[in-house]
Design a protein around this ligand. Structure first.
Ligand SMILES: C[S@@+](CC[C@H](N)C(=O)[O-])C[C@H]1O[C@@H](n2cnc3c(N)ncnc32)[C@H](O)[C@@H]1O
Length: 279
């Protein structure tokens, strides 16, 4: 972990709940709203109030968050099964079992995972992420996706950029503007070795009115068209089945167990691509 200024700070009260100093409990935060949608406990009243308002507008949001998380886990498992042993998670979110390192170290215990996020609450809880297998390594970088250079520099303390890396930008790139993405995506591709993989999930314009409300509360969040989301993979080779809704991406037995499932293609799309030898 790079900086850990708040995890050791004495706690302060929020009602009868212990809240670490440095955590803003007055306004909703992206990681905590998502945590609430996933059924987690690391959230506060403003996060829950916003999530409930959004759920009122779009009841599929909760299942959408769960489907997104299922996609993330299948994507990293597939990468590990292809032989990738290093992972860079951009916009990690609060720890939610299973976490990436638990899935990939099950395939190969020597896997190394670097989690990145810029949310202070994620930083506080990052310790829970740093419990990987003794053969592998799990670290946390407190950094902003808009500063890809700093992320690569810090990640290089744990990951060898001469070898393939599985990058996950799952439900995180939609927090960047078009201009920011235009700078970040080439800067992400450039230092990676051939054989690296990229998983993206991203909210779609069908969710525009919900995202307007969300953005007004948390500061960013830009739904994009399917064509625009596919273009985020420019320079990469998209693997089958291409860009699809989360549960349609190489569904595993866990999807078969879900009896009632609404289509979500108008809400969120995802895909996994690889970096070929010739670029
Ligand atoms: C919706 S959560 C997704 C978490 C996880 N990737 C998943 O799909 O389960 C998005 C995460 O991206 C993080 N995030 C948003 N903008 C960011 C930025 N500019 N730099 C770093 N992290 C960011 C948020 O703090 C949040 O934890």
């Amino acid at each position: 972990m790079t900086t850990d200024h708040s995890a050791d700070a004495p706690p302060g009260p929020e009602g009868d709940r212990i809240v670490p100093h440095g955590i803003d409990v007055e306004t909703p935060h992206k990681a905590r709203v998502y945590d609430y949608l996933l059924g987690g406990k690391d959230n506060f009243e403003p996060d829950r109030a916003l999530a409930e308002r959004l759920l009122h507008k779009e009841p599929r949001l909760r299942e959408g968050a769960r489907a997104n998380r299922r996609f993330l886990m299948r994507a990293v498992r597939m990468m590990a099964e292809r032989g990738i042993r290093q992972f860079l998670d951009l916009g990690a979110g609060l720890p939610t079992r299973p976490n990436i390192h638990e899935v990939v170290q099950e395939v190969a215990p020597e896997c190394r995972v670097v989690y990145v996020d810029n949310d202070p609450m994620v930083l506080v809880h990052a310790r829970a992420l740093l419990t990987g297998s003794p053969e592998g390594k799990t670290t946390y970088v407190d950094a902003d996706l808009r500063d890809l250079g700093a992320i690569v520099e810090k990640a290089a303390e744990t990951l060898a950029f001469t070898e393939p890396i599985g990058v996950t930008a799952v439900a995180s790139l939609h927090f960047l503007t078009d201009e920011q993405l235009a700078a970040v995506l080439p800067a992400l591709r450039e230092p990676l070795a051939p054989g690296s993989a990229l998983a993206i999930s991203h909210v779609v314009t069908g969710l525009a009115s919900v995202m307007d409300d969300y953005r007004a509360s948390v500061g960013s969040g830009y739904p994009r068209t399917p064509e625009h989301i596919e273009a985020l993979f420019d320079g990469w080779s998209l693997l089958p089945p291409g860009l699809v809704e989360p549960d349609a991406w190489r569904p595993g037995p866990e999807i078969a167990q879900i009896t009632e499932r609404a289509s979500m293609a108008d809400m969120v799309l995802c895909g996994v691509a690889v970096l070929q030898e010739q670029r």
